[in-house]
Design a protein around this ligand. Structure first.
Ligand code: PAD
Ligand code: ZN
Length: 326
């Protein structure tokens, strides 16, 4: 089968033939139909996160089960599935305490979904949607009427905005340097938009909200935007860092701000419980509350994958998907 392989950082992916063995007792072979391009893949391609090479990237996908190992009873051949990086063993301390997303088990898991869910939209749920929506609903637990800022409106940020609307947030302020993204954010639920090119982001948010927000979400992975997320909080507010800040980089905060009970926290894959969250997200889409079609910017062939990442790097796309059967 064909795969886009990363041999060296900062070099194009190479499309080549790879082979996979038959699935082991607890493994499943999936015919991948669609894979979304996530900025996390780009961070690895740019060497901002260490990873052994060569590697096949692409963790946001949907497809059809082809074969299952002898011990597998949760899915069967022919099932439509979404993949998820948030594997859990079910027996360690974190799992038994309900924090399955922090389990250190390392094999990709999948979840069967209803067959009338379009696979190119289902793929997005596997990472971008669950990460953005879950950061708002599960990690930060945004309450009705609370004010929210989302910094970085790519695939993950749009899901945070849509999630904030589902959660009943009050003001939802979208921050991005691309006017087209800000326009789409408004369609997905943003009540206000802020373009960093029009002046200091923290000051703009403070003016809009009369002093700061209850919740900010950094969905970009940069030191300066993580610092902005904390600086724009009202007393008692919480900044949630979703973006992957380059490995080894530190962020700086004013110690005084902690006296007013401001908080900062990380969010991994939206603190999901994927067997509960993913069927809910599928239902939200089916009922018209999650506007997944709106964030597919391009449907690409596998051979076009490097162009897809170049467009992402230029900040042009919300989500591009690779259609394997195209
Ligand atoms: P993306 O590249 O689609 O979106 C980034 C957005 O930021 C684009 O819309 C840009 O226009 C915008 N932008 C650029 N500069 C600025 C700026 N100065 N201020 C505001 N906005 C700006 O990325 P994505 O949505 O795929 O991923 C976002 C981050 O989330 C990225 O770091 C990725 O690695 C991370 C991620 N984290 C997890 C997790 O579990 N924590 C999971 C998945 C993705
Ligand atoms: Zn991802």
């Amino acid at each position: 089968m064909k795969a886009a392989v990363l041999h060296e950082v900062n070099k194009p992916l190479v499309i080549e033939d790879v082979s996979l063995p038959n699935p082991g007792p607890r493994e499943v072979l999936i015919r991948t139909s669609v894979a979304g391009l996530c900025h996390s893949d780009l961070h690895f391609m740019e060497g901002l996160y260490p990873h052994p090479l060569p590697a096949v990237l692409g963790h946001e996908s949907a497809g059809i089960v082809e074969k299952v190992g002898s011990d597998v009873n949760y899915v069967k051949p022919g099932d439509h599935v979404v993949t998820c990086l948030s594997v859990f063993c079910g027996t360690c301390d974190n799992c038994t305490m309900g924090r399955t997303v922090l389990c250190t088990d390392t094999t990709v898991k999948m979840l069967p979904i209803r067959k009338d869910m379009p696979l190119e939209l289902a793929a997005l749920i596997g990472c971008g949607v669950i990460t953005g929506y879950g950061a708002v609903v599960n990690t930060a637990k945004v309450g009705p009427g609370e004010n929210v800022v989302v910094i970085g409106c790519g695939g993950v940020g749009m899901a945070a905005i849509n999630g904030a609307q589902i959660a009943g947030a009050g003001r939802i302020i979208a921050v991005d340097t691309n006017p087209a993204k800000l326009q789409l954010a408004t369609k997905l639920g943003a009540t206000d938009i802020v373009d960093p090119r029009n002046g200091d982001v923290v000051q703009q948010v403070r003016e809009l909200t009369g002093g700061g927000v209850h919740h900010s979400f950094e969905v970009l992975g940069r030191k300066e935007t993580a610092e902005q997320a904390f600086a724009m909080l009202a007393p008692g507010g919480t900044a949630t860092i979703v973006g992957m800040i380059p490995f080894g980089q530190k962020i700086e905060l004013h110690g005084f701000d902690f006296l007013r009970e401001r908080k900062i926290q990380g969010s991994s894959m939206g603190s999901n419980h994927f067997r509960v969250d993913m069927p809910r997200l599928v239902e939200f889409y089916m009922r018209g509350r999650l506007h997944l079609e709106d964030w597919i910017s391009a449907k690409l062939k596998l051979s076009e994958i490097n162009e897809g990442f170049a467009e992402m790097k230029a900040g042009k796309t919300v989500r591009s998907v690779i259609m394997f059967d195209a």
